[in-house]
Design a protein around this ligand. Structure first.
Ligand code: SF4
Length: 347
């Protein structure tokens, strides 16, 4: 028999007891067995079978697992949700984006890895007096601990609220850095980002115009962020789109990515500059789906990470809305920021 990966040994907390309790509560309300839907981001899918197996065994529920790609809370599997009495979305905090069905539960899969060594190691890179803290939802419960470590070293620490799309103070998303560029953060000399990867801290740096130090609790790597390579890549993409005449503007129909109004305003801007633009609607955005559309360049209003993470795989340059404005001459290069889906930004 295949040995399933043991999620209890994972670095993340799947809150399995709470999951069981929620299921029992809904079973009691419904007076019988229920259908439970499960959805995981790509990095946690390896734990799906073991979690499903435990739920079936412990609660007698029927379990269905969403196998479609999933990258955020913006991307609930609505079809599976319809077929479920209770639906668990793992790995992300709720996106405050209007009415989410009451049967959805967000299990954030918070990190169990200690952050203290990484934060202490970051101190020599933080000579500024006032430090802003930002992180992803996986470490958001550890920000108080990080604050205490910095305060014990004599620092003033700010953990700012993001906009109403964001669940926790100090939390940033790949599409929302509002906790990194709020009025409170203005007082900071630098930001400390706790977490892995470079996309989030680059977004925080560009939107706040602050120096960002990164502390990765998984590897204990600590370094000052440099956005130079990133900006060179984006400069190349913008340059490749400079002579484009025909643009396709991408709209995703996913619940938390849908920005039709923005696409329409970008189309109007293109036409005002004598360009041709079409709006493409799709659920999952991928390079293969673009092959049939012979545009000179694409403009992405869906998940902002798409234009960045996979940029080399598309058949033509993929611009963010802000980069498109640079191509049209409506925005200066110095004003480049990462695209964000902010509170009220969806319609
Ligand atoms: S739009 Fe992209 S960055 Fe924002 S929550 Fe969804 S997957 Fe994450």
């Amino acid at each position: 028999m295949t040995q399933l990966p043991t999620f209890s040994a994972s670095s993340y907390d799947f809150e399995i007891k709470t999951v069981f309790e929620e299921i029992e509560k809904i079973k009691t309300e419904k007076n019988g067995e229920i259908v439970v839907g499960l959805q995981f981001p790509e990095g946690l899918k390896k734990h799906a079978l073991e979690i499903a197996s435990q739920i079936e065994e412990k609660t007698g529920s029927t379990v269905y697992i969403s196998a479609d790609p999933c990258f955020g809370a913006c991307d609930l599997d609505m079809r599976l949700l319809e077929k479920s009495d209770l639906f668990f979305h793992f790995g992300h905090a709720e996106l405050k984006q209007g009415d989410i069905e009451k049967k959805v539960r967000f299990v954030e899969a918070r990190s169990k890895v200690d952050i203290s060594d990484a934060v202490k190691s970051a101190l020599p890179l933080l000579p500024e007096q006032t430090i802003g803290l930002v992180t992803t939802v996986q470490h958001v419960h550890q920000l108080t601990q990080a604050k205490q470590i910095l305060e014990a070293a004599g620092k003033t620490v700010i953990i700012a609220e993001g906009d109403r799309r964001i669940a926790y103070p100090g939390q940033i998303l790949g599409c929302n850095f509002s906790a990194a560029h709020s009025d409170e953060i203005e007082k900071c000399g630098a930001l400390l980002y706790i977490g892995s990867g470079q996309f989030h801290p680059i977004g925080a740096a560009l939107s706040s115009k602050k120096r960002v130090v990164c502390a990765d609790p998984f590897t204990s790597d600590v370094f000052e962020l440099s956005d130079r390579k990133f900006l060179m890549q984006r400069s190349a993409v913008i340059g490749n789109a400079a002579d484009a005449e025909t643009f396709c503007i991408i709209v995703s129909t996913k619940n938390g990515q849908y920005r039709k109004s923005l696409a329409e305003s970008l189309k109007a801007k293109a036409e005002a500059h004598g360009k041709t633009a079409f709006v493409l609607f799709m659920d999952f955005v991928s390079p293969d789906q673009m092959l049939s559309f012979k545009a000179d360049a694409f403009v992405n209003t869906a998940c902002p990470r798409l234009a960045i993470d996979d940029s080399g795989r598309y058949p033509a340059p993929v611009l963010t809305p802000q980069e498109f404005e640079i191509v049209l001459g409506e925005r200066a290069w110095e004003d480049l920021v990462l695209d964000e889906i902010l509170e009220g930004g969806q319609d």
